[in-house]
Design a protein around this ligand. Structure first.
Ligand code: AMP
Length: 274
C-alpha cells in the first residue's frame, strides 16, 4: 500500500474509487475487485461519515478496524486507502451541503433518515473532488443511495461513471452488511426474513400477480417474524422509486427495511424483468 499523502498527485488513469465506511466484508471486496479489474488504479476510501448519521443512530459505535480493512482491501486489488479524519473533511466553518431534492429522496430511507442523503451526497461529492476518479463503484445493496448518487453526479456534471455492483449475500440469503455484527445469535437466523420476503414478491410476480398482490405475498412472510418491525416493504420503479400498483415495469424492484431490537436492516431485489 502506498502513502496516501501522494493521493493528490496520482496520475494513473483510469482510476476507480470505492467509497466505504470500512469494516469491510465480502460485499465491499466485490466492489474493489470490480474496480481493480476495470481500472489502472483503485482507491478505497474508508470514512465513517458523521454527516449521514442522524441523532440517535450508531455513528459512535459503528464498527471500525482500519488495520484489517487495509489488508483485505489490498488483497482484493486496492492500490490506495484514503482514510481522512472527520476534522479534515469537515473543518470548523464548513457550511456547504449537496441536497438532492424531489421524490427520489423524499421516500423510503429519505423519509426514515432525515438528512441522510444530504450527508451521502455531500461526502461523495467531496470524495470525487479529492480523488478525481474516472469511475466509482456502488453496491445495489443501498439501491436508493445508488440512484441518488447517479442523480447528483449527472445533475452537477461531476464526470464520474457510476458503476453498480450486485448484492453479495451470506449463504442463507442475508445481504452482507457491516451492521450484521450487531445481530444476536437468536436474531441472526431470523434476519433472513428480508430476503425471504423479497423472494416471495419475485415468485408472486413470476406467477402473474400484480405489484400490489405480489407485495401482499411479501408482507405475509414478514409477519412470520414478530421480532422484525418493518419500516417499509414496497415494489417500485427502479429509476424513480415510485411505488408500482397495477402494472410492472422492466427492472421493478422490491425494497424492504426494518428493525430488529439490535439493528436496522435494508435489502432489495429485482423482482420483474420480462
Ligand atoms: P458502506 O460501507 O456500508 O457505506 O458500503 C460501502 C459500499 O459497499 C456501498 O456502495 C454499499 O452499497 C456497498 N455494499 C455494502 N454491502 C454490500 C453488499 N452486501 N453487496 C454489495 N455491495 C454492498
Amino acid at each position: 500500500m502506498r502513502d496516501p499523502s501522494e493521493l493528490g498527485s496520482l496520475r494513473v488513469r483510469p482510476r476507480g474509487l470505492v467509497p466505504t465506511m470500512g469494516y469491510l466484508h465480502e460485499g465491499h471486496l466485490e466492489l474493489i475487485r470490480h474496480s481493480a479489474a476495470e481500472n489502472a488504479e483503485t482507491v478505497v476510501s474508508i470514512f465513517v461519515n458523521p454527516l449521514q448519521f442522524g441523532a440517535g443512530e450508531d455513528y459512535e459505535t459503528y464498527p471500525r478496524d482500519l488495520a484489517r480493512d487495509a489488508r483485505l482491501a489490498e488483497e482484493a486489488g486496492a492500490d490506495w486507502i484514503f482514510h481522512p479524519d472527520p476534522e479534515t473533511m469537515y473543518p470548523v466553518g464548513f457550511a456547504t451541503t449537496v441536497h438532492v431534492g424531489g421524490p427520489l429522496t423524499e421516500r423510503w430511507e429519505g423519509e426514515r433518515r432525515p438528512g441522510h442523503f444530504d450527508g451521502v451526497a455531500t461526502v461523495v461529492t467531496k470524495l470525487f473532488n479529492l480523488v478525481r476518479p474516472d469511475r466509482a463503484y456502488f453496491g445495489e445493496k443501498d439501491f436508493q443511495q445508488l440512484q441518488v448518487v447517479r442523480r447528483f453526479t449527472a445533475d452537477l456534471n461531476l464526470g464520474v461513471e457510476i458503476v453498480p455492483v450486485p448484492i453479495v449475500r451470506e449463504p442463507d440469503g442475508l445481504a452482507r452488511s457491516s451492521r450484521n455484527v450487531y445481530l444476536t445469535p437468536e436474531e441472526r437466523p431470523k434476519a433472513t426474513v428480508l430476503y425471504r420476503a423479497l423472494l416471495a414478491v419475485r415468485e408472486a410476480a413470476a406467477a402473474g400477480a400484480t405489484p400490489a398482490e405480489a407485495l401482499r405475498a411479501g408482507e405475509r412472510v414478514l409477519a412470520e417474524v414478530p421480532e422484525f418491525v418493518p419500516d417499509y416493504l414496497a415494489v417500485v420503479d427502479p429509476e424513480t422509486l415510485e411505488p408500482l400498483e397495477a402494472s410492472w415495469v422492466p427492472g421493478a424492484r422490491a425494497i424492504v427495511a426494518g428493525r430488529f431490537p439490535t439493528v436496522r436492516l435494508i435489502d432489495n431485489m429485482e423482482v420483474w424483468n420480462p
